[in-house]
Design a protein around this ligand. Structure first.
Ligand code: FES
Length: 125
């Protein structure tokens, strides 16, 4: 089984042009995903970093969006020109690119009354 140091999910979802939320495909999501795949390959990281195209991540208004694990770091308004910086600074250097990080309060899907998520997830077999 492959063990990746990082796993990226990059939204490439497309919606109708008149949808008020817009969509990541309409904001360059496919091009961003391709740029990540290319950059990861060029740096010899493809065995340890996985970049997957994803469907809607429910952060549509902030597209193009992606999330990086571990850490669950969300990025928004990412353009092709930002990809090298994310690869260099975050995936290699371990420091998220703060100017593109979506803060928790900007994310949809968070229930303010829910308990905080566990720091670790354990699996039993
Ligand atoms: S269309 Fe990309 S997050 Fe919804």
């Amino acid at each position: 089984m492959a063990a990746f140091t990082h796993h990226l999910f990059i939204c490439t979802n497309e919606r109708a042009a008149d949808d008020p939320r817009g969509c990541c495909a309409g904001r360059g999501g496919l091009e961003v995903a391709s740029a990540f795949k290319r950059a990861i390959h060029e740096r010899g990281l493809k065995r340890i970093v996985r970049a997957n195209k994803a469907g809607c991540l429910d952060q549509c208004a902030a597209g193009a969006t992606l999330v990086v694990y571990p850490g669950g770091v969300w990025y928004g308004r990412v353009e092709v020109e930002d990809v090298e910086e994310i690869v260099e600074q975050h995936l290699i250097g371990g420091r998220p690119v703060e100017r593109l990080v979506l803060p928790p309060e900007a994310l949809t899907g968070i229930d303010p009354d829910a308990p905080p998520p566990p720091d670790e997830v354990s699996f039993s077999r």
